[in-house]
Design a protein around this ligand. Structure first.
Ligand SMILES: *Cc1c(COP(=O)(O)O)cnc(C)c1O
Length: 383
């Protein structure tokens, strides 16, 4: 990022002090026998990939990382992260030389990638750590306990440059109060663990819990919990709201660029997107779809649209273009060019969270956060 705070139209401020306190609260919740694996993916759910990771390593005692894709793991290494990094997704064949060179740990769930990794590791004179992925019901990556796992074990044991370092699964339904599917998944996972034990394999790291399970399902803990949302303060678990007392670490603000009065029945924005039913004072604000604000939070049916906070009051969004948004400020006095609009965060007694936006837009906290592009300037503070 090469522009300054003064030059940016919208600023996404990440409070690393809150990240630190969130991690302390998570540690108190999971106990000292369980560690945290920070899943640094998708630009750190909008908070930036590198800075939060380095901060967690240097100030929060986190030394176990995972990424969604190989490219993110490469970025972390380039930024000087020498710690353990598990790549949770599939690896493109073309990336295998880099994968081995960077000493990443691989997720394995079939034969071909392990063979290719073994061959490349032999060439480079290295060993590659692998984590066996068990498919307990998500149907994405993984082998099922029984025949499939037996076959994978056999394959891996014949590959001398691979070392079985971990075994894990991923939950499909941790966000539901009804735990029956989660418990069905855990039963499948336990079967796989027994099978590994019987084959004489005792992986260093066994893991299953994501953010939702970390809060609500201690029965899924094992050695580490894999979390991202929780660290940034988003408790999206079912049941009691925010029971760990976490603090959302993101604040996203923009500035008002124009204020105008639109008459009843006039056109506002493209395609008569907004037609005022009364004389309406409209603020044009410096963020839009190009900043990754989720489009379906701003519809023609303004009754269900998201708000921004201006002077501590809610202003309903009326439309969203690529570079700007339109908000109704008829009932907010003295709104002028240069004033701040809070998209996410607190302003006076009001607060808007990404969790609330996810719900409002019929999507998720993850979508609202991951959609944010690189254009909003990332600012890191320690509050
Ligand atoms: C993203 C991810 C996690 C953690 O995500 P949360 O949103 O914090 O729950 C855990 N495990 C896997 C496999 C993931 O892809």
């Amino acid at each position: 990022m090469s522009y300054t705070l003064e030059e940016a139209s919208s600023v996404l401020t990440v409070d690393l002090g809150k990240v630190k306190r969130n991690i302390e609260r998570i540690r108190a919740h999971i106990g000292s026998n369980v560690d945290i694996m920070y899943t640094a993916k998708s630009n750190g759910y909008g908070h930036g990939l590198i800075e939060p990771t380095l901060y967690m390593r240097d100030h929060c005692g986190i030394h176990c990382f995972a990424t969604g894709q190989l490219c993110e793991a490469v970025e972390l290494r380039q930024a000087g992260v020498k710690d353990f990094i598990l790549v949770m997704g599939g690896i493109p064949y073309s990336g295998i030389p880099s994968f081995v060179k960077n000493d990443f740990a691989a997720t394995v769930y079939e034969d071909t990638i392990p063979r290719a990794l073994n061959e490349e590791a032999a060439l480079q004179g290295k060993k590659v750590r692998v984590h066996i992925k068990i498919d307990t019901g998500l149907r994405r990556f993984g082998v099922q306990a029984g025949e499939q796992l037996a076959h994978l074990i056999e394959t891996l044991q014949a590959l001398p440059h691979l070392e079985i370092d971990g075994v894990y699964t991923h939950l499909a339904n941790g966000y539901s109060l009804d735990k029956s599917f989660t418990h069905q998944q855990m039963a499948e996972f336990e079967k796989a663990l027994t099978q590994l034990k019987e084959a004489g394999i005792r992986p260093r790291l066994v893991h299953a819990a994501n953010t939702a399970a970390c809060v609500a399902s201690p029965e899924c803990y094992y050695d580490v919990v894999r979390v991202a949302a929780l660290i940034f303060g988003y408790d999206i678990s079912p049941g009691i709201k925010n029971r760990l007392g976490l603090e959302p670490s993101m604040r996203w603000t923009s500035r008002i660029l124009n204020v105008l009065w639109a008459e009843e029945g006039e056109n506002v924005s493209y395609y008569r997107f907004f037609v005022p039913k009364r004389r309406t004072k409209v603020a044009i604000i410096g963020f839009g779809m190009g900043d990754g604000y989720v489009r379906n939070l701003v519809t023609r049916d303004t009754a269900h649209n998201a708000d921004v906070l201006i002077h501590g009051k809610r202003a309903r969004l009326l439309d969203l273009n690529v570079d700007v948004a339109f908000a109704d400020v008829t009932d907010i006095p003295d709104v002028k060019i240069g004033d701040t609009a809070v998209l996410v965060g607190q302003d006076g007694d009001e607060e808007i969270t990404t969790m609330e936006l996810g719900e409002l837009g019929g999507t998720s906290n993850g979508h609202v956060c991951c959609a944010i592009t690189s254009r909003p300037l990332r600012q890191y503070i320690n509050g």
